[in-house]
Write a protein that binds this ligand. Sequence first.
Ligand code: ZN
Length: 271
Amino acid sequence: MSRLCVHTITTKPLNLDQCLVEFPKRGVSGITIWRQALEGRDLATVKRQTADSGMDVVSLCRGGFFPSATAAGRQAAIDDNLLAIEQAHAIGAPLIVLVCGAVPGQSLVESRKQIADGIAAVLPAAEQAGVKLAIEPLHPMYADDRSAVNTMRQSHEICDALGSPKSLGIAVDVYHVWWDPELKEQIDLAGRTGRLHAFHICDWKTPTTDLLNDRGLMGEGCINIREISDWVDATGFTGHREVEIFSNKWWAADQNVFLDQIASSYVKLYA
Ligand code: ZN
């Protein structure tokens, strides 16, 4: 359990105070905080409360959404990412996960260029704040409006294009990349290049009834989570395994029962 992290979005009906109480009761040792959970809160207080909970702050979710059809839109995205860097620094989060963005009707090549430009614009501030950035490739079903970066290979290409800064890496989320025939070699490459910054787990349900909010608990679906996790660990990765589940089904359930299920499915997965 020493590597189990849960995202605040996973238990969306719980506010941050409730997460800080309920997660550790199940042995959860890390928390990834979504920015909406910070709304209206004093960030220094959040940092203290999280430290008091005994959990590590693993990352802040999320930055990104760099592409826009207009220069003003791209600047607004950069400004928002600079704010996210300030927030991460203030709560003691060492990493920001980037959902890179896309614009329907704009070519994916252009969107990827705008993503690289956006990351380049905010990297100096991230480095100054001691906050790392992780590109999270998203499943290609989101290539229209959520991310033009859909594979580990494309994520590596952006890191390469920006000169492989140490503070820029990749978040591997099994939901998005489990189908990729290059996955193992791209994970190996991420390990060798020091880019493996985060590892997210959940499951792919058949049928998936909602493109965004029907992720499964580990074991509910068909992803070879343990095999991918072993590939990740084989690179020397010792960070948290982050449970990130968007699920209308689970959000409608008793969150205490859900957290119990997360803990038991995690134990089963790593038995
Ligand atoms: Zn993720």
